[in-house]
Design a protein around this ligand. Structure first.
Ligand code: IVH
Length: 671
């Protein structure tokens, strides 16, 4: 039994390490979690009945004994250097020039790597076993965080078989993947505990826990990026990373070998564009001269190597002053608190306004007018106030309180049970909601009234020339002439555009009415299902849920819309004004994709032009670039930045395989 148990334990350890490798290093898990858990339990039970078999590198021994008093100091055998930073392309070309001059060569190859925003760590392996994990500290001396790092499953306790040096010091970054960070914070908030500020702080804080049991519960991960010494190692950075991967270390799969300055800049631009979609935070990219002999020729200055550069992205978070909190009224009457800020450059643009989301968020974060706040803008997303810096509050500031009435029309504002938002109950009495509803009505994907921009709508409502969308169709030349910055010719053109918009397809009119949660696709489904306004108006919630993509919430909004007298009046007034929508069959046989803009990208099975011609013949425009206005993207194999952008903007993406099915759903039988 003793021999069998020992054999089985060894077998289980190998299996568990194999699954770890598949999961963390190859990112290609072979067994489900349940199988992994079963192996762990079996090993635990063997070790429980044969304590002599327990060894420190056993996967059961990741979470060790008792909390520590503090962290011991570790002297790094080789100092942990830092990196010179650059933001602008010129700084990168200066770096490139210094490198080419130093090496007397025209073209240099680099390993280009994402720069993880986590905590630097140095892992020492002796005889293939993890013996020490140390933080960077001041570069010379760090803290011994071995017990904590051992709890991170992505860090191998034992190397995979190979010809590793007997003393191996691997350096890399411990980080907290964003999904884990978000999940952790949700749980913390639900339990009334303090959430983590951001993934980087989360990683740093988790590593500094005195009780490894606490660290073990934090979702931490690891990527290796170098070794301290090069004895018995490959001769380039790129080959070193591949070697480390073979020995069982996770290495970032987006690492690339590039040659020349332009390729470095392209890598930076590409990582910048896919950054928001990554599961972890990066704050830039790192270029490292690939050949170690070349690195040695260049050497280091003041603790930073001359052969490497961190090319950073503009900061996503900056500090500024919150001047005031204003209330904005949206199309559906939602009152949104908006932060007016001292202008600050963040995420590549100057920001003066940022969202504060809702009353609950403001209370939870305790943000007050006058506070110093952290403003965050990641990718193209709306800037937000991430948090207030309470330590910088020197005087008593007033707490924010959501007004009980709409600041635009004075109607009662109410917070619906279970909803975070407060809404104005004034409906179309409220000028703010009127403006929004008219602006929306005129947009390209709705009635497409060219020349009716936001400023003009504001004037029309403020001058009481237009109260509902139906009033647009009664505007006269004289009335328009009385407006600011409205010449003869523009008035003429606008009236013409309004007149031309009178015969929209039914689905566009539905979309234009601005029913809550009814976007273009839902409007189209409703139009196809019901065919006429009368049929739609008399449908109950249950019948509505039979429509494609319509759930109980949307059904509720649609039913409620048609129960409100003022909405029915608007529809009647539209009819009276001569607005006459077209049934969908008439449209579908002609130009099913009229007014849509498509983008084609990636490798397709047939020449692109064939797809393009088919789309154009259905009335679509085919464009080269993706924007928020793009209707759909047809993405073939190996699609790159256009696909990434579409995903980021939430634009519909179709594969070639999806296309037929999709066209059929749009009433096109033979695409
Ligand atoms: S190389 C001498 N590569 O950035 C080279 N560092 O100041 C030293 N970092 O906190 C580091 N990703 O932990 C390197 N792919 C990467 C990196 C990286 C993140 C961090 C590093 C340190 C800082 C460099």
């Amino acid at each position: 039994m003793g021999v069998d148990a020992s054999k089985r334990a060894a077998q289980l350890r190998d299996l568990i390490e194999h699954h770890n490798y598949r999961y963390y290093v190859l990112d290609d898990p072979e067994a489900p979690d349940s199988e992994y858990d079963r192996l762990m339990r079996e090993l635990e039970s063997i070790e429980a009945s044969h304590p002599g078999l327990v060894s420190p590198e056993s996967p059961t021994q990741r979470v060790g004994g008792t909390p520590m008093e503090g962290f011991a100091e570790v002297r790094h055998r080789v100092p942990m250097l830092s990196l010179a930073n650059a933001f602008a392309a010129e700084e990168v070309s200066d770096f490139y020039r210094r490198v080419t001059q130093g090496l007397e060569s025209d073209e240099i190859s680099f390993t280009a790597e994402p720069k993880l925003d986590g905590v630097a760590i140095s892992l020492t392996y002796m005889g293939g076993l993890l013996v020490t994990a140390a933080t960077r500290g001041d570069g010379e001396r760090g803290e011994d965080v071995t017990s904590n790092v051992r709890t991170i499953r992505a860090v191998p306790l034992r190397l995979r078989p190979g010809e590793w040096p007997s003393l191996l010091e691997v350096r890399g970054e411990i980080y907290m993947p964003r999904p884990g960070f978000e999940k952790f914070n949700q749980t913390a908030l639900a339990a009334g505990e303090k959430p983590l500020v951001n993934p980087r702080n989360g990683a740093a804080g988790s590593l500094r826990q005195l009780d490894p049991q606490v660290t073990a519960k934090r979702p931490l991960a690891f990527f290796a990026y170098s070794t301290a010494t090069r004895d018995d190692m490959p001769s380039t950075q790129f080959a070193t990373l591949n070697q480390l991967r073979d020995w069982g270390f996770p290495v970032n799969p987006r690492v690339s070998r590039v040659t020349g300055l332009q390729a470095c800049l392209d890598y930076h631009a590409n990582m910048g564009s896919i950054r928001v979609g990554l599961a972890y935070d990066i704050d830039g990219v790192v270029y490292k001269v690939d050949e170690f002999v070349e690195q040695d020729i260049l050497g280091s200055v003041s603790r930073a190597p001359r052969w490497a550069l961190a090319h950073k992205f503009p900061a996503e978070e900056e500090i500024t002053r919150l001047l005031a909190i204003d209330i904005q009224v949206g199309r559906t009457g939602a009152l949104t608190p908006v932060a007016r800020l001292e202008p600050v450059f963040v995420g590549g643009v100057t920001v003066t306004n940022a969202t504060l989301h809702n009353q609950g968020e403001i209370q939870r974060k305790d943000v007050r007018a006058g506070d110093w706040v952290v403003v965050r803008r990641a990718g193209d997303v709306i800037p937000e106030v991430a948090r207030a810096i309470h330590a910088r509050r020197t005087v008593e500031l007033e707490r924010f309180c959501m007004p009980g009435s709409c600041p635009e029309c004075g109607s009662v504002a109410e917070q619906v049970e279970g909803e975070a938002v407060t809404r104005c109950t004034g409906g179309l009495v409220c000028p703010a909601q009127r403006k929004h509803s008219i602006r929306h009505f005129a947009t390209r994907k709705a009635m497409d009234i060219e020349g009716l921009g936001n400023k003009l709508v504001d004037q029309l409502v403020e001058q009481k020339l237009v109260a509902t969308v139906a009033d647009l169709f009664h505007l006269s030349h004289e009335q328009l002439g009385s407006l600011e910055r409205m010449g003869e010719k523009s008035a003429e053109n606008l009236l013409q555009a309004i007149a031309e918009s009178k015969t929209p397809p039914f689905d566009r009119l539905l979309y234009a009415l601005g029913i809550r949660e009814v976007g273009e696709a839902t409007a189209r489904s409703l139009a196809i299902h019901f065919g006429t306004m009368e049929a739609l108006q008399s449908a109950g919630e249950e019948e509505l849920t039979e429509v494609n993509d319509v759930g109980p919430i949307v059904a509720g909004h649609v039913a409620k819309f048609f129960q409100q007298d003022n909405n029915l009046e608007v529809i009647r007034a539209l009819v009276d004004a001569g607005v006459c929508w077209q049934a969908l069959e008439e449209v579908a046989t002609g130009q099913a994709l009229a007014g849509e803009t498509w983008v084609i990208t990636g490798k397709l099975s047939r020449p692109r032009i064939q797809f393009k011609n088919s789309l154009v013949s259905l009335g679509a425009k085919v464009s080269e670039s993706v924007s928020a206005k793009t209707s759909a993207v047809l993405a073939g194999d190996a699609a790159g930045s256009k696909l990434a952008k579409a995903q980021k903007l939430g634009v519909k993406v179709l594969s070639e395989a999806d296309l037929m099915e999709y066209m059929r759903s749009r009433g096109v039988e033979d695409f």
